[in-house]
Design a binder for this molecule. Structure first.
Ligand code: ATP
Length: 558
């Protein structure tokens, strides 16, 4: 049977059993399924044409600017025999190739280069549930000259992908989750980076704050001789001159959980302010981070990586970096009494802050144990915070379009602060959707990575069973906030002020006592415990950092 009709298994593109295409996709070749192009679609100018053996069939192969196509060479068709009509063209898109190697066979006695067998292409395939998977396609031809021409052409094409990083500074937290980040990196990430020809320089962090200390003040050339300094200069120049045409010679990658990821993002942003000569304490318009950041999920919580990739999957995260899939992402500044606390993506105050404080106090437990224990204990001691919350609402894009149509000069955020006050069990402020295992659509499902607004979700005082019901509803795909005691707002800026700080019972070992002095309150900022004074200002800064990840629209389950 021709390949195009038997599940499309080009042998070289086969994946492991858990990575098989779902039944709906099984009827088309995996390479076709991976691609957005349809057979016969315009493929750009033909660059090369030749014969290779692919999956044991001799094939006519055409390389064009956009795609590599092939179809079996058929013997002259006997009259009336329709069998060969079923032969289908197969193809992969050129943009899905991330490396090319000459394929050789080495025997024990052989000296030198070995026997040439052909060319191997390394390909990024899109699988179900936002997963990406690496695969290979062998183009077999024993001719050195033939393969050399094709190999050079593939190399030239790959060199043209200026959005792909050439060099990575890798920051790895060996303590993340159950201390498996090092293994994750060397077993799953580094081999792919090596195949892609990306240079790496790895720092294994030795203490909390090491990543910040390393990235904040160091000279970039320290990482790689003069290489980094030169590339940094080129990068700054290219960002300045062509903001949308960045040459991504280098990037930073964090291997760890949310705490590490957010520390590295914070460090890159502090660095950007320093380079731009900006004071961090009165930041109205912070400078963008110059270096893109990749996140490899290896922590107990991986909300940032999950939100970026739609799935906390190490190979997917690595392939987004290799393929140069860049997302500009909104960032918040958290400040108190005019001082910058930190840059971050999401925060919780109240139940979320106390739960984290309790978990931190019990770090001797395993990550899952201490998380469950902290949730149970915070629920047992559930009590509201007396707060005043002021916010600047964002105008919906629909209203904005109408105003623009009417010629009104209004911008997308209102200049009218609104204030709510009372007893709140939890306050969440999120610039990204915060996808996680307990909330498949995210803790803030209406926001996006870069929609220029934050979700403010406030939970007013209610009974414990009602609050638990609300927490459980996050697992649902709809009506998460359909409770009379929950309010959601789309905002650009929020100020949370603690109104009554004196109600703290020293006998109670709740999160507040666990975390802070009587003058500060536990905030959970991207999974890190931050003690803040009574008032915290959170301000959104659209597209302040570039992160490697997929397109959000495809990712959130409907
Ligand atoms: N060698 C180290 N020893 C102790 N802490 C470290 C080390 N390296 C980094 N850290 C700190 O560990 C914190 C948590 O790390 P990370 O988020 O990567 O792991 P995690 O398993 O998700 O953590 P958590 O259990 O706190 O959620 C970070 O704030 C980071 O600064």
């Amino acid at each position: 049977m021709p390949r195009g009709r038997r599940g499309g298994r080009v042998s070289a593109l086969e994946g492991g059993p858990e990575e098989e295409a779902p039944p709906a996709a099984a009827a088309v070749p995996s390479a076709l399924w991976a691609s957005g192009l349809q057979p016969g679609a315009a493929a750009g100018q033909t660059l090369l044409r030749g014969i290779f053996e692919i999956g044991r069939s001799s094939c006519d192969v055409v390389l064009s600017e956009l795609a590599l196509r092939w179809w079996p060479i058929q013997p002259e068709r006997p009259a009336g025999d329709s069998k060969y009509d079923q032969c289908k063209e197969e193809f992969i898109e050129v943009k899905d190739i991330f490396s090319v190697k000459l394929k050789r066979r080495y025997s024990a006695k052989q000296q030198g280069n070995g026997t040439l067998l052909g060319i191997t292409l390394f390909i990024c395939l899109k699988k179900e549930q936002n997963k990406l998977k690496d695969s290979t396609l062998d183009l077999i031809n024993l001719s050195e000259d033939h393969c050399d021409v094709w190999f050079k052409q593939f190399k030239k094409i790959l060199a043209g992908f200026s959005n792909r990083p050439k060099s990575l500074k890798v920051i790895l937290n060996p303590q993340s989750h159950k201390k498996e980040a090092t293994q994750v990196y060397y077993e799953k990430v580094e081999p792919l980076l090596r195949i892609a020809g990306i240079k790496t320089d790895v720092t294994i962090t030795e203490y909390e704050g090491h990543a910040l200390a390393l990235l904040k003040d160091c000279e970039l050339q320290e990482f790689d001789g003069g290489h980094w300094k030169l590339l940094f200069a080129i990068h700054c120049w290219s960002v300045k001159s062509f903001p949308l045409m960045q040459t991504l010679e280098m990037s930073v990658v964090c291997v760890g959980g949310d705490g590490s990821a957010s520390e590295v993002a914070h460090a890159l942003l502090l660095r950007a302010q320093k380079n731009a000569g900006k004071e961090t304490d009165s930041l109205l318009t912070p400078a963008r981070a110059q270096l893109p950041l990749g996140l490899i999920p290896a922590g107990s919580t991986n909300v940032l990586a999950h939100s970026l990739h739609g799935i906390p999957h190490v190979v997917t995260a690595t392939l987004h970096i290799i393929m140069g899939h860049i997302q500009p992402v909104d960032v918040c500044t958290f400040s108190t009494t005019g001082k910058l606390l930190r840059f971050g993506f999401s925060a919780m105050f109240g139940f979320g802050g106390r739960t984290l404080a309790l978990a931190e106090k019990n770090r001797w437990m395993s990550p899952n144990q201490r998380r469950d224990f902290a949730v149970m204990k915070a629920l047992a001691k559930l009590k509201p915070e007396d707060c005043e919350i002021s916010f600047l609402p964002c105008i919906s894009s629909h209203d904005l379009q109408e105003w623009k149509a009417e010629g009104s000069p209004k911008s997308d955020s209102s200049d009218q602060w609104q204030t709510i006050q009372g007893q709140f069990l939890n306050v969440s402020i999120m610039a990204i959707p915060c996808l996680c295992s307990v909330a498949p659509r995210g803790l803030a499902p209406t926001t996006r990575l870069n929609n220029g607004s934050m979700a403010l979700i406030v939970v007013r005082n209610t009974s414990r069973p009602e609050f638990i019901k609300h927490l459980k509803r996050y697992a649902s795909v709809k009506n998460q906030f359909n409770f009379p005691f929950v309010e959601t707002y789309t905002v650009g800026e929020v100020r949370v002020r603690q109104r009554n700080k004196s109600g703290c019972d020293p006998e109670e070992d709740d999160g507040r006592q666990a975390a802070a002095s009587e003058h500060s309150f536990p905030w959970n900022i991207d999974g890190d415990l931050v003690e803040a004074e009574s008032e915290v200002l959170v301000k959104l800064h659209p597209r302040l950092i570039s992160l490697y990840g997929g397109s959000m629209e495809e990712m959130i389950p409907k």
